[in-house]
Write a protein that binds this ligand. Structure first.
Ligand code: HEC
Length: 100
């Protein structure tokens, strides 16, 4: 096989794989935009919900709040947020912790 053929084969195999990965990886920023920003503001500055940037909660606390909810909190956090998988919850918690 010629070297160029190998290269083309390489591209055929790797390019779709590289493109496919982000579609499956949990994206905290996207989840935040879709599920949280309406209440907590696009930059976490707060709106209906409290500001999240600089929150004293740890990422694990946020994951727990999103996946299980907390009876002591107001809606929508009495229950877990629907449509947020465990991976999404983790990614969005990291995103929230990174808000400045
Ligand atoms: C419908 C509006 C709404 C949506 C959507 C929403 N929240 Fe909230 N959130 C609130 C309200 C209201 C509170 C305050 C609850 C309380 O203190 O009882 C809150 C509280 C929180 C807290 C606790 C803040 C603190 O300092 O105690 C965190 C963390 C949080 N939300 C994260 C998120 C994340 C992440 C998402 C997206 C997955 C999200 N919320 C979606 C309204 C919302």
């Amino acid at each position: 096989m010629k070297l160029t053929h190998l290269f083309v084969l390489f591209l055929i195999v790797t390019v779709p794989a590289a493109l496919a990965v982000p579609a499956f990886a949990a994206d905290g920023a996207n989840t935040y935009k879709a599920k949280c920003a309406a209440c907590h503001g696009p930059d976490g500055q707060g709106r209906v919900g409290p500001a999240l940037k600089g929150t004293s909660l740890g990422a694990d606390d946020i994951v727990a709040l999103l996946s299980k909810g907390n009876e002591a909190k107001k809606a929508p956090h009495k229950k877990g947020i629907s449509g947020v998988s465990a991976d999404d919850a983790k990614a969005v918690a990291e995103f929230v912790k990174g808000l400045k």
